[in-house]
Design a protein around this ligand. Structure first.
Ligand SMILES: [Zn+2]
Length: 316
């Protein structure tokens, strides 16, 4: 069995919506309850989550943007830029702590305290860009973790696998011109779903051309189509890129029961994707995987898929 770090902080529950909203603290309550009741919590290594330092956040986000979010929370704004990303007075701090959870997982794996990590964090991050928050995301957790690994642990090449049903536009933009971070996103086709980006021809820019790979999927696609994409597109790309660690933007909203999209993955689809990432990590980077929670809004499928995800991360 692999040593799997578990990164969580009870303060993640303090980021609460001021109105009915799918990205709620109940998601994490259900996940942690389920990991306890299945005995899986006891099989993981609990890792303390701290606030990141300034340099860690500034490696991804602009100071002016951080000030803007902090001030909006202090003022009592209910949303960022009047859009779908809600705020309360804790939200800025909890977004920092969410990024801190991603760093804690990355640190545990980089330092060898664990082989892999699962970070049950919120708010999610993959829509947040350098100076913009959107799509329920304030800070880009996976990007902060990637930059942390490069800056503090001498890691060169990072692969990010984003299987949230929405395109990880924030992550893509942050690393668009960076050949050291390979970004793979599989998502519902942008014609039919937020945020409207992630088309096949978005492949990176400048020095980063070729290290962005988008796999847009038609509504109704499911396990077979995802499996083909992983085997035929991701696998050869990873073989060429040779990552030193794999980060996963693990959203669970591509499940057939999730109300936010029209992809039809079953629980087995999530088992396959996790297994595939683990096998790629075993082949190319000593098995190192750090998985971060992104979306996933239907509680029953969210918890069952995370159980499967964690079980697979624990396997050799
Ligand atoms: Zn999503």
């Amino acid at each position: 069995m692999k040593r799997l770090a578990f990164c969580y902080h009870p303060d993640y529950l303090l980021h609460t919506p001021p109105f009915e909203h799918p990205e709620s603290p109940e998601r994490l309550v259900a996940i942690t309850d389920h990991l306890k009741s299945t005995g899986l919590e006891g099989k993981m290594i609990p890792v303390e989550v701290d606030y990141p330092d300034d340099a860690e956040i500034l490696s991804v986000h602009a100071r002016e943007y951080l000030n803007k979010v902090e001030q909006a929370c202090r003022r009592g704004d209910m949303t960022l830029d009047m859009e779908d990303t809600y705020l309360n007075r804790h939200s800025y701090n909890i977004a920092l702590l969410s990024a801190g959870g991603a760093i804690a997982g990355a640190k545990a794996v980089a330092e060898g305290a664990a082989d892999r990590a699962f970070c049950a964090i919120r708010p999610p991050g993959h829509h947040a860009g350098r100076d913009v928050g959107m799509g329920f995301c304030l800070l880009n957790n996976v990007a902060v973790a990637a930059r942390y690994l490069q800056a503090r642990h001498g890691i060169g090449k990072v692969l990010i696998v984003d299987w949230d049903v929405h395109h990880g536009n924030g992550t893509q933009n942050i690393f668009l011109e960076d050949p050291s971070v390979f970004f793979f996103s599989i998502h519902e086709h942008p014609t039919f779903l937020y945020p409207g980006t992630g088309r096949r021809w978005e492949v990176g820019k400048g020095a980063g051309e070729g290290t962005t790979l988008n796999a847009p999927m038609a509504p109704g696609a499911g396990d077979d189509e995802y499996r083909a994409m992983f085997e035929q597109q991701l696998e050869p790309a990873v073989e060429r890129f040779r990552p030193e660690i794999i980060l996963v933007s693990a959203g669970f909203d591509a499940h057939r029961d999730d109300p936010l999209a029209d992809i039809q993955l079953s629980d087995e689809g999530f088992r396959f994707m996790t297994r595939h990432v683990v096998e790629l990590a075993n082949a190319y980077c000593g098995g190192k995987v750090v998985s971060l929670l992104e979306g996933g809004y239907e509680i029953s499928s969210l918890t069952s898929c995370i159980e499967i995800h964690v079980r697979e991360l624990l396997e050799e």
